[in-house]
Design a protein around this ligand. Structure first.
Ligand code: SF4
Ligand code: FES
Length: 373
């Protein structure tokens, strides 16, 4: 069995971005600006090899994601291979289109868990955010089937200015669907979401109200629904341990086989990523320059270097530090101890106060913004 070096713990989760193809056009999409084309996607043999290598490395959970993972013709085969390797599978799906026809096959293949995204509680509002008419009803039908089959269901709702005042109704929807878990995830501004930040940024008052709503619901629904809350970075006191800490717990494999320490790592210039078509996952995990770049605490500047939270949040998010401070090695500006913190607070307040622009939607074939950079 291939093992990571002792000083470097094995990863526990692998995010398999099977494809960037997706029927939806969510303005908060955190996938990169340059999406991988179908012609560049790893084939079935490459994915099954990678998943076997992941199991050997110690990975326990595989998130089958995208884009829309059921757009892949081999999604059942990939899922069955995970089951064969003893990997717990979580299908992260829009619940649209091919997901319906493939659900029974996925159950037979040994799928363990399903996560369905919803954009809002009401169809009109949800479809406007997703950029696809009829999407919400399809999602609800799919989610009900998942529960009827007996698979555990998580509902994921990305929260922003367009739906933040209806968090209570989203919680009600998750309860009515019979979900076991609900993720109330405030928008993270990476990839396409950064393009739409001014349209998505909520006010501090709305953020505070939504967090209070979640806290009340958590107490009321204890034992019935678990509610996870991802708080909004721009209004935080301290940052999150992004990806559980760089190169500590998670591996992200893109549709074309690039192996990343986090979802947005390719936004950081100068990092060298290795590809599963050239090297084993174990070698990439232990020795890839991109994974080594911000692993542990040696790379940290002050104030992180001397901070007693440095092994709790690992300095926050490297991608956000680059996007907002222009330096991936800087303390995450979401941290109140960062010299850039006042800047992002001012930026959030200014965007939340201003009249929001229309969403910029995209598709792989018909981008509606010429040059978002
Ligand atoms: Fe975390 Fe660094 Fe802020 Fe300390 S200074 S709380 S380690 S981001
Ligand atoms: Fe890359 Fe946070 S998204 S480190």
């Amino acid at each position: 069995m291939a093992m990571a070096p002792e000083h470097n713990p094995a990863p526990i989760g692998l995010l398999a971005e099977l494809t960037h193809r997706c029927p939806l056009r969510c303005p908060y999409c955190s996938n990169p600006l340059a999406l991988d084309r179908r012609s560049g996607e790893l084939d079935t043999a490459a994915w099954t090899r990678v998943l076997s290598e992941a199991a050997a490395l110690g990975v326990l959970h595989v998130h089958l994601s995208g884009g829309e993972p059921t757009a892949r013709a081999d999604i059942e085969e990939i899922t069955a291979h995970c089951a064969h390797e003893g990997l717990y599978t979580n299908l992260i799906t829009s619940g649209i289109g091919p997901a319906h026809a493939k659900l029974d096959g996925l159950v037979r293949a040994g799928l363990d868990h399903v996560q369905v995204s919803v954009q809002a509680a009401d169809a009109g509002e949800a479809d406007a955010i997703a950029g696809l008419g009829g999407a919400h009803e399809q999602k609800l039908t799919f989610a009900r089937r998942v529960v009827a089959i007996g698979l555990p269901l998580t509902i994921n709702a990305v929260i922003h200015r367009g739906n933040i005042r209806h968090v209570d109704r989203i919680i009600g929807l998750a309860v009515s669907l019979g979900a076991k878990r609900l993720e109330i995830a405030h928008t993270q501004y990476y990839g396409w979401a950064l393009v739409n930040r001014a349209a998505l940024m909520p006010s501090r008052e709305d953020v505070d109200r939504s967090i209070a709503t979640v806290e009340v619901a958590r107490a009321r629904l204890e034992g019935r629904l678990v509610i996870d809350l991802v708080v909004p970075d721009y209004y935080a006191l301290y940052p999150k341990a992004c990806a559980g800490g760089w190169g500590r717990r998670l591996i992200n494999v893109t549709p074309s086989g690039q192996v990343l320490p986090c979802h947005a790592a390719q936004t950081i210039p100068g990092l060298e990523f290795w590809n599963v078509t050239d090297r084993s996952l174990a070698e990439i995990w232990s020795a890839s320059p991109a994974f080594q770049a911000f692993r542990g605490t040696d790379w940290m500047p002050d104030p992180c270097r001397s901070c007693d939270r440095r092994e709790r949040d690992w300095g926050g998010c490297r991608c956000q530090a680059f996007a907002l401070a222009g330096d991936a090695a800087a303390t995450d500006p979401a941290c109140s101890l960062s010299p850039h913190h006042a800047m992002i607070q001012g930026l959030a307040a200014a965007e939340a106060d201003a009249e929001p622009p229309a969403y910029a939607y995209r598709t792989m074939s018909r981008p509606t913004v010429a040059d978002p950079a």
